[in-house]
Design a protein around this ligand. Structure first.
Ligand SMILES: N[C@@H](CCC(=O)N[C@@H](CS)C(=O)NCC(=O)O)C(=O)O
Ligand SMILES: [Fe+2]
Length: 321
């Protein structure tokens, strides 16, 4: 498959069912010094996503990254249990939210960014590549009349190298496209939130068959992340427990990934990576929430505008994915 093609053949159907809305565990990591933010991960077992609160222990300034809006696709109903856990953590920690960030336009869950901004404030931000993603989905979902494709749904469009200050901690955006064109990692001090690029060492990397994805570009982005200092803490956006073989986990380091990652450790060539990734993508189904997620997430976590009866509707394109 070439870059940017829709993997219809590689996405034969929806295999997962059931909606359970609950947060499982919360991991806390804290070290001394202003270059070491506190990073709290919140695992959502329904989508195997991890949302984060990154905070500066000195100033209590915080960034929320990749927040989940719970969604029951059978009923078309949103719920805020997961997002409200983040709100509670912000309040308990006495945090002041500066940023509500997305590492990318997620395909497997709806974003709670818009809901959370109404609750805790802060500026929303996403990679500047979101404009390309919006254009792609605007065409696929025939949304020309309802969707501005200029990124205006977000407060900040972050280009590679742009600063994302967090109190006394230096933060910056690191463009890491491939899984999607807008994929951006956020580096705060010694911690990097890598979104869907890399998974835990035994699980490899993110798929590269969504519209606008590129497996070659993903390889370059993985090497960018692996060029960070070896002690850099890496925080993943998903963990599937190695197919149920172990407890879920979401923190690694550059050194551990360079040594052990099954897809991209040191010594694995670009050609070998591309072949492995393509073979895996050929087996993967469409994520259960992909169709609603794309439509909501290109709008920064908002529903489409309501129709004349006051109800908002999501589309289901036929024979497209
Ligand atoms: N089964 C999951 C989707 C799993 C999935 O496709 N995950 C994406 C991240 S959005 C991925 O990159 N997976 C890589 C892989 O499983 O190799 C669902 O229905 O939500
Ligand atoms: Fe993703």
């Amino acid at each position: 498959m070439k870059c940017g093609q829709i993997g219809a053949a590689a996405m034969p159907g929806i295999r997962r069912a059931g909606v359970i809305v609950e947060f499982a565990t919360c991991e806390t990591v804290q070290r001394a010094g202003s270059m070491t933010p506190r990073v709290d991960g919140f695992f959502d077992p329904t989508t195997s996503s991890i949302s984060y609160i990154v905070s500066d222990p000195e100033t209590k300034r915080a960034a929320i990254v990749d927040a989940v809006l719970d969604f029951d696709p059978e009923a078309g109903r949103t719920m805020t249990g997961s997002a409200d856990k983040l709100v509670a953590a912000v309040e308990t920690g006495g945090l002041s939210v500066e940023w509500i960030l997305e590492t990318h336009v997620h395909a497997d869950h709806l974003s709670a960014a818009h809901y959370l901004q109404g609750k805790v404030g802060g500026r929303t931000g996403i990679g500047a590549g979101v404009i390309e993603v919006q254009k792609t989905f605007c065409a696929l979902f025939n949304m020309e009349r309802e969707l501005a494709t200029d990124g205006s749904q977000f407060d900040r469009l972050l280009s590679d190298g742009e600063t994302v200050p967090l109190g006394s901690i230096a933060g910056r955006a690191l463009a890491t496209p491939g899984h999607t064109p807008a994929c951006t990692s956020y580096v705060f001090g010694d911690a990097a939130l890598v979104g869907d690029t890399m998974f835990m060492p035994d699980s490899g990397t993110a798929r590269a068959d969504f519209p606008g994805a590129c497996v070659d570009t993903l390889y370059d982005s993985l090497r960018r992340i692996l060029s960070l200092p070896p002690e850099t803490r890496l925080f993943m956006c998903h963990d599937y427990g190695a197919g149920g073989q172990r407890e879920v986990a979401w923190e690694s380091t550059v050194a551990a990934q360079r040594r052990d990652n099954i897809h991209c450790r040191d010594g694995i060539s670009r050609e070998s990576f591309v072949a492995t990734r393509r073979a895996r993508d050929a087996e993967l189904a469409v994520p259960r929430l992909m169709v609603p997620a794309f439509q909501v997430n290109v709008r920064g976590g908002r529903m489409p505008p309501p129709e004349r009866n006051g109800t908002a509707y999501l589309k289901l394109p036929i024979n497209v994915f």
